[in-house]
Design a protein. Sequence first.
Length: 508
Amino acid sequence: MNALAPLASAKTAPTLASLSSNARQIFLVTMNWGDRCWDSKSKLVRDAPNGRPTVRESSSYALGLLLRDGPGDRTRAAEILNAVLAQQYDEPGKPYYGTFRRNLWEPSAHDGAVIWKDYDPNWREFIGTTFAMILEEFPNRIPRDLARRLNESIVRAVVGEIGNKRLVPTYTNPALMYGFLWNYAAVRNHRADWVTGSRAWQETVYSLFKKHNTFNEYNSPTYSGVDLYALALWRRYGATTRTRAMGSEMETALWRDLAAFYNANLRNISGPFDRAYGMDMKSYVSVVGMALRTVLGANIAPLPEQDPPVTHGGDLWFSPYFAILGVKIPADAMRSFDGFQGERFVKRQITDRRIAEAWIGRRVMYGGEITDKSRDISGESQFHAATVQWRTPSGEIGWIQLIQAPPVDAGVDKHGLVITCSGDVSLRIHAEGITAAHVKRTEWVLPGLTIHIAADAKRFSVTSGAEEVEVKYSKITKMRLNIEPTGQRENTGSQKRVTIKVAKHQGA
């Protein structure tokens, strides 16, 4: 295949010496973990030193090896990339064509394979964009034939995504990665039809963003970080001035959004969360936390402070991406990540029907999403429409999340949360030493926090587990949680209201 030269000069590629001290620290932690987990037999990196070989994480490790460029790193990177290429599905016309096995213990996809259960189509975008970064930054550090095969793999990923027709522009994080990867493959491989289609996709994603200056997949410590990664790809490698400008604009706006909901005292982003894997960013690895660690010291970054293994440790592998692409946080947003900027109420329009609200206090913060009764919560959902986070007397973060509800609205004011729906609601409370005895129908006396409940529930029940309880209010239409930190009153003398304004839709 006759491929174009790299879109960006490899001479601009960063080196280990060129990284900032914070970026270098977290990058080396990640690479040391990869070195410990390297499996010489499979030529892949394991999910733990005695774990099982993984595919996506191995491609990230290969990128990191090429950046580190120490003795033997180029050889190992080439071995890994060959092993990853061998895991790409190459059956044209199949719904999984162009994606990759997630790990070596996963059975190969087959006729009748079920999406998400048997394969992950988003591996096209995650691994494909990693290959693109290698071709852009380090084409001279891998064999020429391997570079050709990486390009061919990207083409297969794009062909598979086009044929699959499953991806929509509102599915934000893969839509942004795909917007870059499709256009990258189009330009590199002289595909005029793909150039037209990919630019139209980019414009659609951008127009959806501009409607309210935000993304439909809203406020996720993990997936907002993936958005930042994808937007940095647009910004750094975009084939046109417009693509680079759109990427930079959306990246800047997203950082400001995250800063508005961030509490530097608690080292956490407040809910509500469209998708969250945890409620305390210091207890698990989030992609936003990884991005912030490249610009913040370990003592203030929202990231677990211990070395791996850590919860959700696979997201450590975003370190090479952010080290190479850079983290571009506007100065006004950076102030919120450097230190607490005062108590404030935040209100944010997400879509025509959905609004996020949060109260950011010094020692407690809580958030809610008004969905116009368009969204419910069932099972182990990643959507958390009502959340509370606070610092307990032990210094740990306590948290509350709404884990079950019929179509729901959750509004916020400086005194607490109001949940409205018609049916049963359940909330999970986590705090050190908590038991069912701490939770009564009308009052929850928690470590460092008291919540008074007013609800028209027909029944109330509570069950307890290890440092967690679950409470259920049956057949409600409305309940209010009045939230008050205990032990030290919140300072309410300096309050701010932050309503993130929405600009009219204009072209960049």
